[in-house]
Design a protein around this ligand. Structure first.
Ligand code: AMP
Length: 114
């Protein structure tokens, strides 16, 4: 068995995180190295390594994660907009191999990314 990812360890309560929302399907917590005043990671409890490794059967889960992100953006007062990012794989710059969506907001974000 491979080592559990840092996010799996957060799900299991083995390491602390500043959790802002959780339910039976997912967890949302503040990124330890925030790139914007609001920087939250939304992750499924299900161990899926990346967006590339989701299945058609994950449709409901993926939809749920998007609804959670929209609610969090509302709760965080991101009225001017926000960005949702899912880095996937090496070229995508993914560093933690547990599916996660970054919710970034409360500043004007540049485009394109580096
Ligand atoms: P990515 O590069 O898309 O895989 O994003 C991984 C994110 O996880 C980075 O933004 C990290 O700052 C963040 N991160 C890593 N470890 C932790 C942790 N223990 N708690 C919260 N965020 C973390």
């Amino acid at each position: 068995m491979s080592e559990p990812t840092i996010f799996k360890r957060i799900i299991d309560g083995e390491i602390p995180a500043e959790i802002v929302y959780e339910d039976e399907q997912c967890l949302a917590f503040r990124d330890v190295n925030p790139q914007a005043p609001v920087h939250i990671l939304v992750i499924p409890r299900k161990e899926i390594p990346s967006l590339a490794e989701t299945d058609d059967e994950d449709q409901m889960l993926l939809g749920h994660l998007m609804i959670v992100i929209r609610r969090l953006a509302e709760e965080m007062g991101l009225k001017n907009g926000f960005r949702v990012v899912a880095n996937s794989g090496v070229d995508g710059g993914q560093t933690v191999n547990h599916l996660h969506f970054h919710l970034l907001g409360q500043r004007n974000l540049d485009w394109p990314p580096g």
